[in-house]
Design a protein around this ligand. Structure first.
Ligand SMILES: C[S@@+](CC[C@H](N)C(=O)[O-])C[C@H]1O[C@@H](n2cnc3c(N)ncnc32)[C@H](O)[C@@H]1O
Length: 211
């Protein structure tokens, strides 16, 4: 059982928010996407951000491998999703939201790849050894002109064992620059309010555009 299955089973989901993320609602319009853009939400948990994106007119596809998270997303929404099987996992659909219960790294691009994505607590949830693979998979699943919003977290790596794993500006440059234009939209110093006794910690929001 993965640490994530364990966390969901024990309800240790401190990352879950009961409102749409302010970083999303504030910055998403800057991507200037058509509402017809199909949005990928990797490692989505049961995030309410997917409802916000759907309310903007987007079709939204979340990918989450813990069954309890998927079930709770639809239970909390009081919807009974339609279930279909795919090559890489079960797909649950209600309204314009699909949730794939699948390992993100096993999802295969179909004939309608995503033109946008939203990453909040996805890349930083993964061990650093999976970063190259994450970026590769993101590129496989998105169109050549796709845009994404990524919310990250940084702190001195030696001070805490993730998740969340620290993602420095250098890391963002290293993993994304070869394939994406990078624009920082927000930097917030959270050192005072974080409560984890880190000597420094911050949140950043980036707009990434494939090139
Ligand atoms: C830190 S949580 C963030 C959830 C969501 N993005 C949010 O903002 O609430 C990371 C989520 O990714 C899921 N996860 C981790 N590794 C995964 C993988 N390889 N494939 C699919 N889901 C994964 C975990 O179960 C967990 O729900």
């Amino acid at each position: 059982m993965s640490i994530w299955h364990q966390r969901w089973n024990e309800n240790r989901i401190g990352f879950h928010r009961s409102l749409a993320n302010p970083a999303l609602t504030e910055h998403w319009p800057k991507l200037e996407l058509d509402s017809s853009s199909h949005v990928l939400v990797p490692l989505c948990g049961k995030s309410l951000d997917m409802h916000w994106l759907a309310q903007q007119g987007h079709s939204v596809s979340g990918i989450e491998f813990v069954d309890k998270a998927v079930k709770e997303f639809f239970d909390d929404w009081a919807k009974k999703p339609q279930q279909t099987s795919t090559k890489f996992g079960e797909k649950f659909t209600a309204g314009n939201i699909n949730l794939y219960q699948a390992d993100f790294f096993k999802v295969q691009p179909d004939d309608a790849p995503f033109s946008a994505w939203y990453d909040r607590a996805a890349l930083v949830a993964l061990p650093p050894s999976l970063r190259t693979q994450y970026v590769e998979q993101l590129r496989k699943l998105t169109t050549p002109d796709a845009k994404g919003l990524m919310v990250t977290f940084d702190y001195p790596k030696e001070e805490m064992q993730g998740p969340p794993f620290a993602l420095s500006d250098e890391d963002v440059e290293h993993f994304f620059r070869p394939f994406f234009e990078i624009e920082r939209l927000q930097f917030t110093d959270l050192t005072e309010e974080d409560g984890r006794e880190l000597s420094r910690c911050s949140l950043s929001v980036f707009m990434l555009t494939r090139r």
